[in-house]
Write a protein that binds this ligand. Structure first.
Ligand SMILES: [Zn+2]
Length: 84
């Protein structure tokens, strides 16, 4: 389970509250993935909602039982690869 938090800039009014969502500071997430890997990384956004979504995507990617998210590469038609 990953949790989003805010890494505030030094001059932010809410710098003492990592759970504050509504400022324009960079959002990060940290926690443990379904495959057991612990991560802490930038959410790549200043939007809490988007960081949440990125965190959920990370969890889905790391979930070995979730086959929908990762189709095997052998399903790509050869012609599509040739055009790259
Ligand atoms: Zn802030």
């Amino acid at each position: 389970m990953l949790r989003v938090y805010t890494r505030h800039s030094a001059d932010c009014d809410h710098a003492d509250n990592a759970q504050w969502r509504r400022c324009r500071c960079q959002k990060w997430f940290r926690g443990v993935l379904p495959n057991g890997g612990a991560i802490r990384e930038s959410g790549g956004t200043r939007s809490w909602e988007r960081a949440e979504r990125n965190a959920r995507n990370k969890e889905a990617e790391a979930n070995p039982t979730c086959i929908d998210q990762a189709p095997p590469p052998t399903q790509s038609p050869p012609s599509a690869l040739a055009q790259e």
